[in-house]
Write a protein that binds this ligand. Structure first.
Ligand code: LMR
Length: 341
C-alpha cells in the first residue's frame, strides 16, 4: 500500500504528465459567470483573519472596485472548497484561477523552493524579503511556469514555532515525538535531525490529529497556531522561529496570457498593491495572535535561552548540507548562507 509520501510523489508525476494536455485543452478557456464576467476562483486553506486570508479578501475587494463590471473574484477560505494539494492540481486543469499554497507544497515540482524550508537559514522576515527581492528570488517566481504554475508574488505568513505535549526547551525534548509537517522533504529531514518522527499531513487534518493523539506535535506560525486553535489541543509552544512559512501567489500561465491585456495589467497593479500590504502586515498578525494564545491560558510559550537556541541550530544545521546541492549554488549563494566555502 502507498504511504502519504509515496502517494503525493506519485501524484506529482501524474500531475506533470497531464499538464501539457491540460494547457492544450485550456487554450482560450477562462471561467466565466452567467453575466459573462471573468470569474477568478481563489481557494485557500487558512482562516479569513490571517495574512493570506486578508490578502485574498483585499484582492477580491479591489477587483470588485476597479474591474467589477468585467471580473469577479470568488474567495474560498479555510479549505472549504479543497485542500492545497488539490488546489495545485485544479489550477493546472483550470478549475480554479488563483492559488497561494505555501512554498513547501511545491516540493514535488521543484527542488529550488526547498531553500525556503531550510531550518535557521533565514533569521527573520526581513532576510526572507531581501532574498525574494534579489534577482535570484525574482527569477524563482517563474521557476515553474513551464510546468503550468506562474508565480506572481511572494506573500509572507511568518516564522514557524514548535508546539507539542511537553515543554521542548532543547531538541532532546522533542526526540521520539510524532510531528505533523507539510509535504516537504526538507521538513522531513529537519524532524529526523531532531530524532523525532515526521508525518506529512494536510493542514485541515492537524487539529483533529492533535486532539486524538494521532500526532503529538507540529510546527506553524503564531497566526496559524491561533486561527486553527492548535493552542486548545497542545499545551506547550517553543518560540523557536526556526523556519519560514510563506506563499507563492500562483496562476496558470496559459490562462493568464489569455486574459485581455488591459485586465491583466490592472490585475498586476492590484496584486502589487495587495502584496505590499500583506507583507507589511504579516508580522503584526503573528504578534497579535501570539498574545491571544497567551491570553487563552490554554498553552504556555517557552522562550529558549541563547544556549538552548544554539542547541536547536546545531542539530538542524546538517540539513543544509543534505539539500544544498539539489537547491543549487546559484540559489544558495543569494541567501544569508552566502557562497559555498
Ligand atoms: C500548513 O499546511 O501548515 C500551511 O501551509 C497552511 C497555510 O497555508 O498557511
Amino acid at each position: 500500500m502507498f504511504g502519504y509520501h509515496a502517494k503525493m510523489r506519485c501524484r506529482g508525476y501524474i500531475l506533470i504528465a497531464m499538464l501539457s494536455l491540460a494547457s492544450l485543452l485550456l487554450a482560450g478557456c477562462q471561467g466565466s459567470s452567467d453575466d459573462d464576467r471573468i470569474v477568478l476562483k481563489f481557494p485557500h486553506v487558512t482562516a479569513p483573519g490571517t495574512p493570506k486570508g486578508q490578502g485574498a479578501e483585499r484582492l477580491r475587494e479591489l477587483i470588485a472596485e476597479r474591474l467589477g463590471d468585467r471580473v469577479v473574484m470568488e474567495v474560498y477560505p479555510s479549505g472549504q472548497l479543497m485542500n492545497e494539494d488539490d488546489a495545485i492540481e485544479m489550477l493546472a486543469f483550470g478549475e480554479v484561477q488563483m492559488i497561494a499554497p505555501s512554498l513547501s507544497k511545491f516540493d514535488r515540482l521543484t527542488r529550488k523552493y526547498q531553500v525556503f524550508d531550510l531550518p535557521f537559514l533565514f533569521p527573520d522576515l526581513e532576510a526572507v524579503e531581501a532574498f525574494q527581492q534579489s534577482s535570484v528570488g525574482q527569477d524563482l517566481l517563474g521557476e515553474l511556469s513551464r510546468k503550468g504554475f506562474l508565480g506572481l508574488a511572494y506573500w509572507h505568513n511568518g516564522m514557524k514555532q514548535f508546539g507539542g505535549p511537553v515543554p521542548m526547551r532543547r531538541p532532546e525534548d522533542a526526540a521520539g515525538l510524532k510531528f505533523r509537517i507539510m509535504e516537504s522533504d526538507v521538513l522531513e529531514a529537519q524532524i529526523l535531525a531532531m530524532k523525532a518522527n515526521p508525518q506529512k499531513m494536510a493542514f485541515g487534518e492537524v487539529y483533529q490529529a492533535l486532539q486524538t493523539g494521532a500526532i503529538d506535535a507540529q510546527e506553524n506560525t503564531w497566526s496559524n497556531n491561533y486561527s486553527q486553535k492548535f493552542f486548545e489541543v497542545q499545551p506547550w509552544f517553543t518560540e523557536s522561529n526556526h523556519g519560514y512559512l510563506g506563499y507563492l501567489l500562483t496562476v496558470n500561465p496559459g490562462q493568464w496570457k489569455k486574459l485581455p491585456a488591459d485586465i491583466r495589467l490592472e490585475l498586476e497593479q492590484i496584486i502589487a498593491e495587495v502584496t505590499a500590504e500583506v507583507n507589511a502586515n504579516a508580522a503584526a498578525f503573528n504578534i497579535k495572535d501570539r498574545a491571544r494564545i497567551l491570553e487563552s491560558g490554554q498553552s504556555q510559550i517557552i522562550e529558549p535561552s541563547v544556549e538552548e537556541m544554539d542547541a536547536w541550530r546545531r542539530v538542524m544545521r546538517p540539513v543544509w548540507d543534505e539539500f544544498a546541492d539539489e537547491i543549487g549554488e546559484a540559489v544558495m549563494s543569494a541567501t544569508p548562507a552566502g557562497p559555498a566555502q
